[in-house]
Design a binder for this molecule. Structure first.
Ligand SMILES: [Zn+2]
Ligand SMILES: [Zn+2]
Length: 367
């Protein structure tokens, strides 16, 4: 399988890079370890005199910590999965594809190969999406990640803080991780607030330990502020059934063309698609997402024969027969991309080769 092959090919430089990529995870883990020492030892054991209060503080602290570490661990360790073999294009077809002298022939080869595959997404040219590196037809909502060197199902973004792609298999864990990290930070900040005030009044005893409590409060507030916006944004994305990448650029459908709400089935159904149908598992980092990661229910019927609109023909088309009448000219999408990328741009390494059909090549250039 192309996915596996790409990941196995590691040079010494590639090995150093893969070690380097663990640094952000190491940083987060170190902060959590230090916060454990500061909270449990310096605050609870050395500073809280009331035993009952201390027990309750430690109990709730450990519940939040276990849920945080559990969801963080699952986000990091969950594999990006693999695209099944039937999506892989045989070598002779790939050769034919690269030798084809015009885009229409290439488009026909791809469409013909994918005729029995459940794909509804298309490129700007109206062709079935193809990954040149993995040599596969891309399943709906999947993208090639250059960091992971493979096509990732329902790719959200590549996150350096978990050294993994946030994707179909770990999106629930990632959202829970953000939520529990926020709860952890708010809990630590609230329970250290009293000691923080005492410190500035000069009434906090405990030598160097006082500074651990002081920094613990600052760090908790700092992380809580950044987590509020990130967690809030991902809750919004869950409720509208959109990945971070789809929020930047609308997926293009075979029927109806580009549509940001193409997977929006209503808030509750969208929530259940990620968190599952059984409420008892909603808040635990146990995989309960609906589906197989390859196909997704759409808000519009994709079995009709109306071809998708192309981005470059939007301006000349009457919009009345498509969806809600909103047109999607290229300029509009580009503006949205640049505006909404903001903090996500740095950790989104997606290759956009899908928008273009492969350039015709000589036999010795074919990958
Ligand atoms: Zn790929
Ligand atoms: Zn990745």
């Amino acid at each position: 399988m192309g996915n596996e092959d790409n990941r196995r090919r590691k040079t010494p430089c590639g090995f150093c890079m893969s070690v380097f990529k663990w640094i952000p995870v190491l940083f987060i883990t170190s902060v959590i370890c230090w916060s454990y020492y500061a909270y449990v030892v310096e605050l609870c054991i050395r500073n809280v005199e009331n035993r009952v209060a201390m027990s309750f503080m430690l109990l709730f602290y450990h519940i939040a910590l276990v849920l945080l570490l559990w969801s963080y661990w699952r986000t990091i360790m969950t594999s990006v999965g693999r695209v099944p073999d039937q999506w892989r294009i045989p070598d002779e077809e790939v050769t034919r594809l690269f030798r084809a002298d015009n885009p229409e022939t290439q488009k026909r080869i791809l469409n013909n190969f994918a005729r029995n595959l459940p794909v509804t997404n298309r490129t700007m040219n109206g062709s079935v999406r193809f990954c040149e590196k993995c040599k596969i037809i891309k399943p709906d909502r999947s993208h090639h990640c250059s960091v992971c060197s493979c096509c990732v199902l329902k790719m959200d973004h590549h996150c350096p803080w978990v050294n993994n792609c946030v994707n179909f298999y770990n999106y629930k864990f990632f959202v829970l991780f953000l939520g529990y990290a926020l709860i952890y930070c708010l809990y630590v900040a609230l329970t250290t607030l009293h000691d923080f005030v005492q410190f500035w009044k000069g009434q906090l005893n405990g030598g160097v330990g006082r500074f651990h409590i002081l920094f613990l409060f600052f760090i908790a507030i700092m992380f809580a502020i950044s987590l509020v916006s990130l967690f809030g944004y991902h809750i919004y994305l869950v409720l509208v059934n959109r990945t971070t990448l789809e929020a930047f650029r609308a997926p293009i459908f075979r029927v109806g063309g580009p549509d940001k709400n193409g997977y929006n089935l209503g808030r509750f159904a969208n929530f259940c698609e990620v968190f599952g149908d059984d409420w008892q598992y909603w808040f635990l980092p146990i995989f309960t997402s609906r589906g197989d990661g390859l196909t997704y229910p759409t808000s519009t019927d994709q079995n009709g024969d109306i071809p998708a609109q192309r981005y470059d023909t939007m301006g000349q088309t009457t919009t009345s027969s498509f969806g809600d009448g909103i047109s999607y000219p290229i300029r509009h999408l580009e503006e949205e991309d640049t505006e909404s990328l903001l903090g996500y741009h740095s950790d989104t390494r997606i290759e956009m080769e899908e928008d273009f059909l492969p350039e015709p090549r000589f036999p010795d250039q074919i990958p």
